[in-house]
Every structure is written in C-alpha cells, then in structure tokens.
Design a protein around this ligand. Structure first.
Ligand code: TPP
Ligand code: MG
Length: 440
C-alpha cells in the first residue's frame, strides 16, 4: 500500500494518489489537522524544477489572430469586438500624447500601458461595471472602458481645477468613485490587502453579495511585497470574492522578473493559499476576457478569491522617470512589439471575421487622435485650483497641526520670494488668483 502511494506521488498521478491515500488512511490514519496521506518514502516537490511541469498558459488566439485548435472562443460579436479594439487603440493614442506632454514639461509625470493593452482592456471588459476596482497605476484602460472621459483623464494628469483630487495627486493616480475605481496610491502592494477587505465588505452587504467582486490589479514586482501575502492570506482565510489580477510584464522598473523570484511566476503562489489560479496569455485579449469572466464567476459562486496571472511585456519605459535602454536592449523591445503585439493580434482576428479593414483602421486612428488632442488642448488652458486647496481635504475632520504648520511655512516663503523670484512667479501664474488666496 505504502509503496503504491509513493509510486503514485512520484509519477504524479493525482487521481490514483487520492484513492491510494484513502485506502492507506485506513491503516495509518491521519496526523491531526491535516488530511495528508502518510507515506514511507521522502518526496520533495517543486513546481519549477520538474521538466515540463510549469503551470500552463491559457490562450485562444495564436500570434496571427487565428483560433487555436480546440480553443473555445468567448462570445464576441462585432459590436463588442469594435469596443475592445477601440479601447485598446485609445490607450497608445493617449500614451503617445501624454508622454510627449510630460517631455515638454506640461505635466510632471506619466506612465504608459504600451504592450499591456490586451491584459487591461480584456479584463476590464469581463468585469461588471459595478465591481470594485483597486488598481496599481498602469490600469487607466479600465477607467476608459467604464466611460471615464478624456477630459477627466486630462484633468487628473494636469491636476487642474476640474480634478477630483484638486491637483494633489501625481498624474495617473486616478480616483473615480462613480466608476467604482478606488484611489491609486504609489506605495506598492497596498491595494492587495485593501482588496481583500473590500471583497469581505461586499460579501457582508446583502445587496452586493453574489453580485459584485473586488478586482485587484498589481504587477509581478508588487507581488514581492509583504502586502501581497497578507492580502492573499486574508482573502483565503476569510473567504471573500476578490479577484487578484497580476500583470506579469517582465520588469519591476529595471529589475527583470528572472531576478525577482525563483518560483514559477506568481501563479505558483495561489495554491499555497488554497486559491483557484490560472495563468493566461496577457497579449491575447480574448483569452484574458474568457479567463477573467470565468474567474469572476468562480469568485461569486464560491464566495472565494481567485488569482489570475497575465503574461505580458512592458514595452514602454517604466515611467517618464526611467530610461529602460540602460538595462535592456532596444532590439528586445522592438522584437516584442513586432512579434507579439496584442493590438495587431486582435486586429488580424477581426479582419479574418470580416469586421475590420484598412479604411476603418485609418478612420479610427484619426478620430482617436483628434479626440485626445482636443481634450489635451482644453486641459492646457485650464487653470489649476487655488493654491490653498493644497492643504484642504487632506484629512477628514479637524485640520491637524502639521497641515497648519505647512500652510504657514508656504505663506512665509511666498511673502519672501513670490514677487521677486522668477521660477516662483512662473509657477504661481498657473494657479487661480496666481496663488494669492493663500496670503489672504
Ligand atoms: C513600497 C514601494 N517600494 C518601491 C516603490 C518604487 N517602485 C515604484 S513602481 C516599482 C516597480 C513595480 O513593478 P511591478 O509591480 O512589476 O509593476 P509594473 O511597473 O511592471 O507595472 C517600484 C519598485 C514603491 N512605489 N513602493
Ligand atoms: Mg512588472
């Protein structure tokens, strides 16, 4: 019996192992607090070291947009395909313009989504509009999918008077309660345990239980934070409908994923927490759509967390503060753009269905560019809020001493340099009332 059990383990036959385990339990019983079968031979296991044992990647379209043999396509009609494609194209259109706008010094910072369009838009499309989204920072596409307007994108990036945060946040740190999109915060990983908490709250709210999930996005780099483990443990021990979507794009700024972990990506960690897990080709928008739909269904049906790892590639620099050619070859990036472009892959699929052609492509690109430029020009002419807003609404309730002290310090500096130092004059001119309100 024991020999049979050991043989089953070593040959990886799960089903026969289970039946052997049941039989052997009759003889040896179980240790307390576990149903682990007792075996008489030592067996070490590791998903990364056994040849051919890596976690598989789910894909439905090949690199040329052709469905894989045996693949089941998610339900996509022409209208949905157009919406997916339009949103995927809108991301690089915005990125091209806002990246350059930052280079001209008109906004302070920016982060592009180049290369990750299918992961972001495919997942956004699979979620319900009322699912709570907790993002990292490269998920502007989820907001666009939900109808967040270009004027709002610009207001946040420029931090002008229409920005909900009144210009306090860095660009791309969006917040949109009306779209169930929680505020982005820079410290990595914080959204992961928060998502477990949000999912728990959803489960505890009768009108949202069984209807809404918390979808939490993060990069493979953020998964090195303690908060990743805290969040997954929390969501698995207090069962909650949290969908963890990890964008494995190969880099955490300059650190390649090969130096970030030794295990089999991030997916290998899901089973450690007893969480249903899937790895998906993040450059195949239909695979992402289908996988997230099914993951979401499981979250709701079981009231439990799911982990989804989307394999993709960060084509752009990390942010406008980074030059990635200092740590990776230009040719590597060019190759990835050409060989595995998520937008091209989906366009080829649409063309094969008779849903797209060169003329439509040209029209779409021209329209998107005109829309983005119009929103940019409007934003450029908008004033910032009054300078005093900098100190408002930082905390709820009574204003604490440190905010008062900082306001007084800035007032003093403005009195001293505001009228005489040219860089300060230029900066102050961008605010409503030229920042004078602070001196009132
Ligand atoms: C706690 C913390 N440590 C470090 C940083 C600096 N930092 C910002 S983004 C980033 C890389 C994150 O990589 P990943 O999670 O893979 O996301 P990606 O940028 O690839 O989308 C780092 C190290 C930070 N913001 N917060
Ligand atoms: Mg990354």
């Amino acid at each position: 019996m024991i020999r049979q059990a050991a043989a089953a383990i070593l040959s990886g036959q799960r089903r026969s192992l289970a039946s052997v385990a049941r039989a052997s339990a009759n003889h040896h019983g179980y240790l307390p607090n576990t149903h682990s079968p007792i075996v008489a031979k030592p067996h070490f296991f590791n998903s990364v070291t056994e040849d051919g044992q890596q976690i598989p990647t789910y894909r439905v379209l090949d690199g040329t947009g052709k469905p894989l043999d045996g693949a089941e396509l998610p339900e996509v009609n022409e209208t949905l395909a157009h919406k997916l494609y339009e949103n995927m194209q809108l991301l690089p259109t915005l990125d091209n313009i806002l990246y350059n706008v930052q280079r001209q010094g008109k906004i302070s910072f920016y982060m592009t989504s180049y290369g990750e369009e299918a992961t972001i838009i495919g997942s956004a499309a699979a979620l319900d509009m009322e699912d709570e989204v907790l993002g990292q920072y490269r998920e502007m596409g989820v907001l666009l999918w939900r109808g967040y307007t270009l004027d709002k994108v610009m207001a946040q990036c420029f931090g002008h008077s229409e920005d909900l945060g009144k210009g306090k946040q860095m660009p791309v740190h969006f917040t949109a309660p009306e779209h169930h999109f929680h505020t982005i915060s820079s410290p990595l990983g914080t959204q992961i345990p928060q998502a477990a908490g949000v999912a728990y709250a959803l489960r505890r709210t009768p009108e949202r239980r069984s209807r809404s999930i918390a979808a939490c996005y993060f990069g493979e780099g953020a998964a090195s934070e303690g908060d990743f483990h805290a969040g997954l443990l929390l969501a698995s021990t207090i069962p909650s409908p949290a969908l963890f979507i990890v964008r494995n794009n190969g880099f955490a700024i300059s650190t390649p994923s090969t130096e970030q972990f030794y295990g089999d990506g991030i997916a290998s960690r899901g089973p450690g927490y007893g969480i249903d897990t899937i790895r998906v080709d993040g450059n195949d928008v239909l695979a992402v759509l289908a996988a997230v739909k099914e993951a979401r269904r499981r979250c709701l049906e079981q009231g439990r967390a799911v982990l989804l790892e989307a394999m993709t590639y960060r084509v752009g620099h990390h942010s406008t503060s980074d030059d990635s050619f200092a740590y990776r070859a230009r040719s590597e990036v060019e190759d990835r753009k050409r060989i595995d472009n998520p937008i091209t892959r989906f366009r080829l699929f649409m063309e094969s269905q008779g849903w797209w052609n060169a003329e439509r492509e040209e029209d779409l690109k021209a329209r998107l560019k005109a829309d983005v430029l119009k929103a940019f020009k409007r934003a450029e002419s908008m004033p910032r809020c009054e300078l005093k807003e900098l100190f408002a609404d930082v905390y709820g309730g009574e204003e604490p001493w440190n905010i008062k002290a900082q306001r007084e310090e800035l007032k003093g500096l403005l009195r001293k340099y505001g009228d005489s130092w040219e860089p300060w004059q230029t900066e102050l001119a961008k605010f409503k009332n030229k920042g004078r309100d602070l001196l009132d």
